[in-house]
Ligand binder design. Structure first.
Ligand SMILES: [Zn+2]
Length: 238
């Protein structure tokens, strides 16, 4: 069964003073039986130097086990169509990272254009903000594929996220850093089709995060959706 890690960070982090190397990601992948890995920059790095998006793309061109996502800059430029990105990462835009959303962004006159362009490009966006911010954003689109990381853990209570988005077929969730009980609860409530396995390296390890999914009391076909089929369907990968 193929396994794809849907959320890892690659490259240097200015704020953390460390770097996640290609060798480290591949070491963890080999140790865990992961075949392909979604990579994108650390937020602090992308804000300091947006050339990192280009480096992520080049790294993925060198090693086809990598699936590059584009870090969406603060001025809300959509994923560039002409480049081979497979998705985007939206991270606490102009707010306090991992902590509080900047609600003025929702009033930005450029936001509707960003959403329109993103709908047309039709690639998923890993979208991390507080619950209320996420709800307003999701109400602005019916078709944009929004992946909420950590089952919503960093933006509020996962159960509130579940309640808010369970009927939104365009909303997906990744499992990184979430508890196994919570993952199971999500699978039972919305089915396995909208849940993606992810590690969020370096904040989690592939092995630990993968074990949570592998040991879920569900069937192999359901696990396969979570481990690779869902993300492949979303990004149009064979
Ligand atoms: Zn992350």
């Amino acid at each position: 069964m193929e396994i794809i890690d849907s959320h890892t960070h690659w490259g240097p982090s200015v704020t953390m003073g460390m770097e996640v190397t290609t060798a480290e990601l591949l070491r963890q992948a080999e140790q865990s039986g992961v075949g392909r890995i979604v990579i994108f920059p650390f937020p602090s790095q992308a804000l300091a130097d947006e050339g990192i998006n280009e480096q992520v793309l080049e790294e993925a061109n060198r090693d086809h086990r990598f699936i590059p996502y584009y870090y969406i800059p603060d001025d809300l430029r959509p994923i560039p169509k002409e480049k081979e990105f497979y998705g985007g990462k939206w991270h606490w835009t102009r707010g306090v990272q991992d902590c509080s959303s900047n609600y003025q962004v929702l009033e930005d006159p450029g936001l509707s254009g960003f959403i329109e362009a993103s709908e047309e490009i039709d690639l998923p966006i890993i979208f991390e903000e507080e619950l209320a911010f996420t709800e307003t954003f999701v109400r602005m689109t019916k078709t944009l594929k929004v992946i909420i990381p950590h089952l919503g853990l960093l933006g509020g209570n996962p159960m509130d996220f579940l309640e808010a988005f369970k009927r939104r077929e365009n909303c997906y969730f990744d499992t990184a850093l979430a508890g196994q009980e919570t993952i199971l609860r999500f699978v039972k409530e919305i089915g396995p089709e909208r849940i993606l396995f992810a590690s969020d390296i370096p904040f989690g390890t592939m092995k630990n995060e993968l074990n949570k999914v592998l040991s879920l009391p569900i069937g192999d076909a359901e696990k396969e959706l979570i481990l690779s089929k869902n993300v492949k369907r979303l990004i149009g990968l064979d």
